[in-house]
Write a protein that binds this ligand. Sequence first.
Ligand SMILES: *Cc1c(COP(=O)(O)O)cnc(C)c1O
Length: 369
Amino acid sequence: MTDAVTDTVAGLSFEVVPTTTPTPAKRRDEVLADPGFGVHFTDHMVVVEWTPDQGWHDAQVRAYGPFQVDPATAVLHYAQEIFEGMKAYRHADGSVWSFRPDANATRFRRSASRMALPELPEVDFVAAAEALVRTDRDWVPTGGESSLYLRPFMFASEVFLGVRPAKHVTFCVIASPAGAYFPGGVKPVSIWLSEDYSRVAPGGTGEAKCGGNYAASLLPQQQAIDNGCDQVAFLDAAEHRWVEELGGMNLYFVHADGHIVTPELGGTILEGITRSSVLELAESLGHKVEERGVDIAEWRDGVASGDISEVFACGTAAVITPVGSLRWDGGEVTGGAEAGEVTTRIRQTLLDLQYGRIEDTHGWMHRIC
Ligand SMILES: *Cc1c(COP(=O)(O)O)cnc(C)c1O
C-alpha cells in the first residue's frame, strides 16, 4: 500500500477557495425563480486530481469555470469518462438533504472500475458533493419539485494519444439548480421502440454510467423525436426481444392485478437508484414486485389487452414519468392520457420522502446542512 491509499482511507480534506466574483443575490434569485434544467451553474465546483504516484490529491472547492483542455487530452479521443446524477433537496425548515448519496458513490466506484479509471472512495465522493452543496447552499431552490442537481464526473485528463488507461485523471462536481420536471403537471410521455440500434451489448458498458453509453443513444433518441415521440426504448442486443430501458431511465410495468414488474439486471441495464428505491417503496405500498425478463410482445399485448394497466419510467432527473404510449415502425399501443393511480402514488411517496414530508423509514435521507 502506498501513502496515497492510506490518505484516502482517512478521507480527503477539501480546501475551499471562494470565488472572487460571486453571483449577485438578485441575479441568483432570478435564476432560481425559473431554473430550467442544466443551463445555470452555481458559483463553485469541486476538483480533485489523481495520478498513480500521488493518488487523489489537490482536493478543492473553487470558483466554477472552464478547464484548460489540451487537444490531445485522452478523454476527447477515447471517452474514458464516467458520471453520476443526484440531487440536493430543500426541506420546509430550510435544511438541505441528499437522497442515498452512498448508493451513487458505490455505483461511481463500479463505473470507474469498468472504465479502468481510479476508484474514488465512497467517503470522498460523498464529502465532495456535500462540500459543494454547503458552499453553494444559497443555490438550492425552494418550493415545488425543485432541487439542486449535482453532477459528479471523472475523466482521463492525461495529455497522451496512446491507448491505455490514463495516468492523470480529474474528478469534478458541478451543481445546477433544477425546476420541476413537469412544471405544468405530470404528463405521460410517448416512447419510440428502437428496433435497429442497441444501447449496449452483453459484456459491454451497460452497467457503467458513462458518457459513451449516452453517445450511442443519441441517434436513436433523435429518431424517437423524428417519429413524434419523447423518448427511446432499447431492446437487448442479442435477440432484440427483451425490454431493457430508455436512454437514461429504467422502466416499470404495473399489471391490472396490482403486481409490478421491472426488467431484471443482467449487465446491460444501468442499475438506477430510483429503480432500486421503487422496488422497496412499491413493496411497502403493498405491491408484489418482480424483477424478470420482459418480452417486448408482453408490453405491446399487455397494454393492448389491459393486462398492463400502467407503464412508467424512473430516474433521478425526472423522478417517475408515466408512459402514455409505445410506438414502433408500423404500430402503436396507447395507455391512459393521464398518469395512472399506482404511478402517481409511488411518485408522490418518493417525492414526499425526498422533500421530508413523510417519515424516512428506509434511512435514505442524509442531511447536508
Ligand atoms: C442514470 C441512469 C438511469 C437512472 O438512474 P438513477 O440512479 O435512478 O438516476 C437509468 N438508466 C441509465 C442508462 C442511466 O444512465
